[in-house]
Every structure is written in structure tokens, then in C-alpha cells.
Write a protein that binds this ligand. Structure first.
Ligand code: ADP
Length: 822
């Protein structure tokens, strides 16, 4: 800004060329130069095309005449007069001059003259103004400070400080514009700039605005000159907005942090790897897992993946990877192991994000503890199940009692035995299964299926195939065991192995039965005893295809059987009673017929003899005739005696009064005697009897009783032998002796083989064959009393075979040996 300072010595006027006409002196210099004497009178002015001096400023005039009093020039001139060199800018019209005002002193130092050198600085000033205009529009604050106060401030810096214009701002000492707490540092920085001539980088300061508010700015300083003097150029930026934004950011970060730390769960960011390696974990981790965030981040103490329950880990992995691959968020509940060792239920939701282009996606999400909820849910489910079970139980109990009540109602009416059997097998279906059967113990001890039913009419026929089968006694696990022990049996699941083992077409009766049951589709099975009056007389079995029997079904089946048993027992007793009545009636009619026949014959003989007697005496009768009549009478009396004896035997046997006279008896002799007695009857029948026997077969038996047995067996062989040959075999072994009587006559129906040994039981019609049905009954009682056995079979062709087996030493316990016999 300032022009070159002139060397005062080069201004010696004596060396200059003086033009008296113009009063100017050519100093040979480009600037306008003029000299004033000590009194301020213009002495010399060099000629110059442009002069800042007013028109009247010519040599000999005083500065007081043409310089206004308040002009800066005047005070500068006064200072120069006082001996101080100074400079001054002087505006004139459109031009600017820089004045150098130099005191010219004599040898003793008194100021004699003042030289003023004026340089035209209009161009510089214009450039300067242009620069200021640019600075005025700068987006940042620009201000110049000369060490005392502001000498320049653009609009931005004025706005920062809140001043209207520079003049207002310049009145305030710079240091007062600074926040009291920052004043020392600011002063030190400014001083450093002035001292070192080095600028200072951007630094944050707080300033005081005109209205007293504090404004945070960033200031950089650059050393400069202003008005020829060292100054500091200050660049400033208002940080208020940035600070606001920063503080808002901080605040929101604080809020976020507070929120996250108060969240009932863990916010996380992790890599998608089996460890779920955490890169960020919120404070909530501590409560959730028992591990602090730092333990989990980078899997330092434990990897999050290790906390996941081993059973759930694969499910979690699959669910998350699946969601990530479809770009979807995920939600999943699973179990983790808390640091305390407890198991906890958590709920996690999150999604994959890509933090930077090309980077692998990571997971961000939130995990929260839902253990209590889960436990509550589980408790609720448990209660629900319990309630449902209770309801189901109540309903089942109701169904059961309704079923039993209905069964009871129906059972009352079942008096007919066959109807009762058919009724009870149907009654159990479908409540107690798809299929049911009743098996009963027969008089001989065999167990036989008596009735069966299936819920499916198509399978009814198949089920019926079981009826009449009697293999059940050979099954150790089945009906036989129930019959034997009286204990119910439950086979919840019939093993398929068993099913496969039951081959079709197997001839074994058990296999056939099992095959039918398996074909019926029975996969669950139970059997319960039918017990009445302390006796297990039968078994009911139930089977199911879909249902699986359990203790409840078994209990119901037992209750059902308990109600069924008396009904069946009563029906059987009723049937037996009816049969007994029928048999007795039959017996009475046969007995009266049997007694009447000899009686009629007797009566006839007696009447014939009485008629002869009345007409002239018995002697009138021809002797042959009399002999015949007496023989017939004797025969009929014997016949009647036998009948009466048999009847007496029966009643004695009934009363348990069979008495044995044990002594050595030869069975061969007994058979020969009986055959002798039956000679006529044999001849009459046409049968021939062959004997195959040792010479003797002696045992300790009762001869008369043994004769009865042999008579009955041989008598029957003659009676039912149809005139075919009869074979009698005696086998005498060391311990036992066997009598086998075989004929080739009518044979015995299979169903009657057991029955014929019972009282009054007959397997033939009374019309064709006479007889009381007592012979075999008596025979069996005698053989049993002798410690032996008697069985009947049918021969391979026609005819019946009776086998009597007797221990040679007689019975082990013997009824009374004394007492009379009739
Ligand atoms: P009955 O007086 O009727 O012969 P039993 O007790 O001697 O009485 O025999 C009972 C039944 O056994 C007979 O009614 C008959 O039906 C049958 N029975 C006995 N022996 C034979 C036989 N050898 N052949 C065929 N049936 C026989």
C-alpha cells in the first residue's frame, strides 16, 4: 500500500532545478514532491500531471489555507513537523495517493522543512477495493485486525458477531469479542502471529456476539499488512450449525445407547458363521446370557454360537441362512445356555445387511428372553392337556357306565344260552374292540370257542370260523392261561413277528386260529376271565385293528365280563336244568317202558297159569308149557331185578356209597363168565365175539363190580354192534391191565363221546334201542373207584371202542370195605 520511501537526502532543493515562473522545481522524480517550511508554507512543488493538491495549493501558500482541519494529512504533517516520519493515504476525486511525509532536519536536528512525496496508488486502491468486494462475498468470515481493533470485516464475519457494520465492530477491542475463558489463548495466538509472522491453523474458539450470546467458531490466522502496518487476517467459520448437529447426533447416540442399555434384550451385529461371531453387542447381553458384551465380541470368552442349545443350533442356522438367501428378515425362538448353566428360551429377530459395497453381509438384530413366556405357555399347555385328559376321562367314564348300564339291561333278558352267547359277543362291540369271542370250558376240560362276532359284517363270516375251535388250551399266552389263572391278559400290540409266524394253511389248530385272528386285522388284544360262583368257566377275548388297548380298556372289559359271567352262568344252569328235566322225563318214560315189558310178560305167564289152575289145576297144563311159563317168569323177574339193581346202584353212587370188596380177581375169567351169560343174546344178535387175552390177568379188584362193568360193555357191543364181530382184548402189564371192547356197529356221535358216561345220557333214540342210559354211568363210577379210567372212541371204520385201564394193585384210597351189597 505504501509507496517507496524516498531518501530525504536526495531531496536537497539546492540540487534541484527551480522554475521561478511556475514556482515548481524539477526534482527528476516521478512522484509529486513538495516541500513545506516549518511554518507549513508550501515552498516547492515539482511539476506533475496529476496532483492531489487543490488548485490553490501553490508555493507561498500555507497548508492551513487548503487543508481542512480534520484531514488526516494535517495531523500527519504536524507529526512530521515534530520530527516524525509518517505516511498517509490521501483520497482526491477518483484517485488515491500515498503520501510519505518526511521531516528534513538541520545539523542540530531541528526540522527545517517537511518533504511530502505523493505517489498515485489509484490502481492499487482499485485492486484493493475489488479484493475487498470479493472478500465481502466470501462464504467464510474474513476480518483483518491490526493489533488494536478490526480494520476490515466482511459480511459473514459481521453476521457471526452480530454487528451491523465494521465501524460498530471496530469500536470494540478485539479481545472483548472473545469469550472470557478463551481470551488468554486467543491473545497468545495473535501475539504469536505478530511475533513469528507465521499463520495459525484452524482452531475452535468461542466468541461473544453483540447480543451477548456465545458463538462457537473455527478461526485460522494469516499474517498480513494493512495500511502499511502488520496486521492479522482472520478467517472464521461459524460452527453453530455443525455443533448443533454434532450435539444432536451425540444426543441421539446417547439416547440410542440409553435405549439399548435399557432394552430387555441384546442388540447385536455379527458375522454369518456357525459361531455367530459378534462384532457389536449391547449391554443387554449381560442379563440375557450372563456374559458381558466384551466376552462375546470377537468370541473372546465364548462364541454366541456355543451358547445355542445343540438341538436347536442346526434349526437356527437353517432358518437364518434361508431367510438371508431370500433377502427376508427372520424371526426364530430357540434355547440358549446362560452362563449360570440354566437353559433359557430366547426370541431373535433380525436381517442381513451389507455395510460396504462388495463386503460380505452381516446380521443385525435383537435377541430377547422369552423364558417366562415359554414356561407360562408350557404350563398353560400342560394345564390344557390335563384339563382335556380330565374331560376325556370323565367322558370315557360316562361312556363306560352308559355301556355297562346298557349291557346290564340287555343281559337281564338273555336266558336262552345260545342267545346269551351270541348276545354278549355282539354287546362288547364296538366299545371294547372290533372283534370279540367267548370261549368256554367243556365238561371234559377242553376249552372251545362258542361264539364270535366282528364289527364289520364282511368279516363276520371269517370271525365265525373261530366257533367250535378248541385249540386254545395249547396257547400258553392266550385264553388257556386266563382260564387257568383267572387273571386278565393284555397284549397292547400284537407283534408282527407273531403275525408272520402264523402261516396260512398250517394244519396246527392253533396256527389256524391265529391265522384267522391275524387275518381279521387284530393288532391289539385282551382276554378277561368269566368267573361265577368262584369258578372261571370261560374267557372273553377282544381284538382291535386301530385302537390300542390299555389299562383303561382292560378294566372296562373286566367289568363287562363280571356282568356277563353271571348271565352266562345262569343261562347255562337254566339250560342244564331244562336238559336234566328233559333227560329225567325221558328216563321215566324209558324206565316205565322197561319195567312194563317184563311186567306184561310176567302178567301174561301168571294169568295163563292162574286160568289153568281155576279150570282144573296146574297139572292140567302140559309140562313143557308149564316149564316155558316158569322160565319166562324167572327171566322177567331177573330182568326186573337187574333194572331195580341198576336204579339202586345209581342212587347209591349218587350218595357216594359205592363200596368195594377188594380181592385178587382174574379179569380173563370174569370176561369168560359174562360171555357165558350173554351167549343167548349174542346168538340172537348174530355177532361173534373173539377174545385175545393172556391166560390170566389178576389184579386187586372187586369181582362183582368188575362183572357189572364187563356186562355193560359187552351188552352194549351186542346191542349196538349190528351183528358184526366183536373183539375183546385184555392186555396184562406189570402195573396196569387194559380191557378193550371193540365192535363194528353204529358208533357214537363225536359230540356225545364225553356225555355218554353221564347219568341217563343216551346217544340213540329210545324208539330204536331200549335202555336206561345208566350202564356206562355205573361202569365209569366203578372203574374210577378202582383207580382206573374208561374212554370211548370211534374206530377207524365203523363201530365203537371202549378202553378200560385198571391199576393192578387196586385203588390207592379205598372206600369202606365192609358193608352189605344187594
Ligand atoms: P343204554 O342203556 O342206553 O345202553 P348206556 O349207559 O349203556 O345206556 O349207554 C349210553 C349210550 O351210549 C347208549 O344209549 C348209546 O347211545 C351209547 N353206546 C354205548 N355203547 C355203545 C356202543 N357199543 N356202540 C354205540 N353206542 C353205544
Amino acid at each position: 500500500m505504501a509507496g517507496r520511501m524516498a531518501d530525504p537526502m536526495s531531496l536537497n532543493p539546492q540540487l534541484a532545478e527551480h522554475d521561478p515562473a511556475t514556482g515548481t522545481v524539477d526534482l527528476g522524480r516521478p512522484e509529486l514532491v513538495f516541500l513545506l517550511d516549518a511554518a507549513g508554507v508550501l515552498q516547492v512543488v515539482n511539476p506533475h500531471p496529476v496532483s492531489p493538491l487543490p488548485a490553490g495549493a501553490v508555493a507561498g501558500t500555507s497548508v492551513g489555507d487548503w487543508l481542512s482541519k480534520d484531514s488526516g494529512c494535517r495531523s500527519a504533517l504536524a507529526r512530521a513537523m515534530a520530527g516524525e516520519a509518517c505516511s498517509q493515504t490521501l483520497p482526491a476525486a477518483d484517485q488515491w495517493f500515498a503520501l510519505q511525509i518526511l521531516p528534513l532536519k538541520d545539523q542540530v536536528g531541528r526540522v527545517r522543512q517537511v518533504a511530502v512525496l505523493a505517489s498515485d496508488i489509484t490502481a492499487i486502491k482499485q485492486a484493493e477495493r475489488h479484493l475487498l468486494q470479493v472478500l465481502d462475498q466470501a462464504p467464510e468470515g474474513v476480518a483483518v485486525h491490526d493489533g488494536q481493533r478490526l480494520v476490515y470485516a466482511n459480511d459473514v464475519s459481521l453476521a457471526i458477531l452480530g454487528y451491523r457494520d465494521l465501524a460498530e465492530a471496530a469500536r470494540v477491542p478485539l479481545i472483548d469479542l472473545v469469550h472470557p475463558e478463551d481470551r488468554l489463548t486467543v491473545a497468545a495466538r495473535l501475539e504469536a502471529v505478530f511475533r513469528t509472522g507465521q499463520g495459525q491453523p484452524w482452531q475452535e474458539e468461542r466468541l461473544l456476539r453483540r447480543d451477548g450470546r456465545v458463538v462457537t467458531v473455527e478461526i485460522a490466522t494469516v499474517p498480513a499488512h494493512y495500511g502499511g502496518k502488520p496486521a492479522v487476517l482472520m478467517l472464521s467459520r461459524d460452527l453453530t450449525e455443525r455443533k448443533d448437529a454434532e450435539s444432536k447426533l451425540q444426543q441421539s447416540q446417547r439416547t440410542l445407547a440409553t435405549l439399548m442399555s435399557n432394552l430387555p434384550g441384546m442388540v447385536y451385529r455379527c458375522d454369518i458363521d456357525p459361531d455367530w461371531s459378534m462384532t457389536f453387542v449391547s449391554e443387554g447381553a449381560t442379563a440375557l446370557t450372563g456374559y458381558r458384551p466384551n466376552d462375546l465380541i470377537g468370541s473372546r470368552t465364548v462364541a454366541y454360537g456355543e451358547l445355542i442349545h445343540p438341538e436347536d443350533a442346526p434349526v437356527v442356522w437353517e432358518a437364518i441362512v434361508m431367510a438371508v438367501s431370500h433377502g427376508r428378515p427372520f424371526q426364530i425362538a430357540y434355547r440358549i445356555r446362560h452362563a449360570s448353566g440354566q437353559e433359557r428360551w430366547v426370541f431373535e429377530q433380525g436381517r442381513a445387511i451389507v455395510l460396504a459395497e462388495g463386503a460380505l453381509p452381516v446380521l443385525e438384530g435383537f435377541v430377547t428372553d422369552i423364558t417366562e413366556r415359554k414356561l407360562a405357555e408350557q404350563e398353560r399347555d400342560r394345564l390344557l392337556i390335563r384339563e382335556q385328559e380330565a374331560r376325556a376321562q370323565a367322558e370315557a367314564a360316562q361312556r363306560r357306565s352308559a355301556f355297562l348300564a346298557e349291557a346290564g339291561r340287555q343281559l337281564v333278558n338273555l336266558l336262552d344260552y345260545d342267545a346269551a352267547l351270541a348276545g354278549v359277543v355282539r354287546m362288547g362291540i364296538p366299545t371294547l374292540g372290533d372283534w370279540s369271542l367267548v370261549a368256554l370250558r367243556e365238561p371234559g376240560g377242553a376249552i372251545r370257542c362258542r361264539a364270535a362276532a366282528h364289527v364289520d359284517p364282511d368279516r363276520q363270516e371269517l370271525a365265525q370260523r373261530l366257533v367250535g375251535q378248541a385249540p386254545l388250551s395249547s396257547s400258553p399266552q392266550g385264553i388257556a392261561r386266563v382260564m387257568e389263572t383267572g387273571e386278565p391278559l393284555l397284549v397292547a400290540e400284537v407283534p408282527p413277528v407273531l403275525g408272520a409266524a402264523w402261516r396260512p394253511n398250517d394244519t396246527e389248530p392253533l396256527a389256524r386260529l391265529a391265522e384267522v385272528i391275524w387275518t381279521l386285522g387284530v393288532r391289539s388284544y385282551m382276554a378277561v376271565p368269566l368267573t361265577s360262583r368262584g369258578q372261571t368257566f370261560g374267557v372273553m377275548a377282544f381284538g382291535a385293528t386301530e385302537m390300542r388297548f390299555g389299562p383303561d380298556e382292560l378294566a372296562l372289559a373286566v367289568e363287562f365280563a363280571d356282568r356277563v359271567a353271571p348271565t352266562l352262568d345262569n343261562a347255562r344252569l337254566y339250560l342244564e336244568a331244562r336238559r336234566a328235566v328233559q333227560v329225567r322225563d325221558e328216563f321215566l318214560s324209558i324206565a316205565s317202558h322197561e319195567l312194563k315189558t317184563p311186567l306184561t310178560s310176567l302178567q301174561l305167564a301168571v294169568q295163563t297159569m292162574m286160568g289153568a289152575y281155576r279150570q282144573g289145576g296146574l297139572a292140567e297144563l302140559p309140562p313143557a308149557m308149564l316149564a316155558l311159563l316158569l322160565e319166562r317168569t324167572d327171566k322177567q323177574i331177573k330182568r326186573m331185578s337187574r333194572l331195580v339193581a341198576a336204579l339202586l346202584d345209581v342212587s347209591r353212587l349218587q350218595a357216594g356209597q359205592l363200596q368195594l370188596q377188594l380181592a385178587p380177581v382174574d379179569l380173563v375169567a370174569v370176561v369168560q363168565d359174562v360171555l357165558g351169560e350173554l351167549r343167548d343174546a349174542l346168538a340172537l344178535s348174530g355177532s361173534v365175539c373173539r377174545i385175545d387175552a393172556p391166560k390170566q390177568a389178576v389184579g386187586r379188584w372187586d369181582r362183582a363190580r368188575l362183572e357189572q362193568v364187563v356186562t355193560n360193555l359187552l351188552g352194549n357191543a351186542v346191542k349196538y354192534g349190528e351183528g358184526k364181530p366183536i373183539e375183546v382184548t385184555i392186555e396184562h402189564e406189570p402195573l396196569v391191565t387194559r380191557l378193550i371192547v371193540q365192535d363194528h356197529g353204529i358208533g357214537i356221535p363225536v359230540t356225545s363221546l364225553d356225555k355218554i358216561f353221564e347219568r341217563f345220557e343216551r346217544a340213540v333214540s329210545a324208539r330204536h334201542y331200549g335202555g336206561l342210559g345208566l350202564g356206562l354211568f355205573i361202569a365209569k363210577q366203578i372203574v374210577t373207584a378202582l383207580g382206573g379210567s374208561i374212554v370211548a372212541t370211534n374206530g377207524p371204520e365203523r363201530g365203537a371202542t371202549f378202553i378200560v385201564t385198571l391199576p393192578n394193585h387196586g385203588p390207592t384210597t379205598v372206600p369202606q370195605q365192609t358193608g352189605d351189597r344187594e
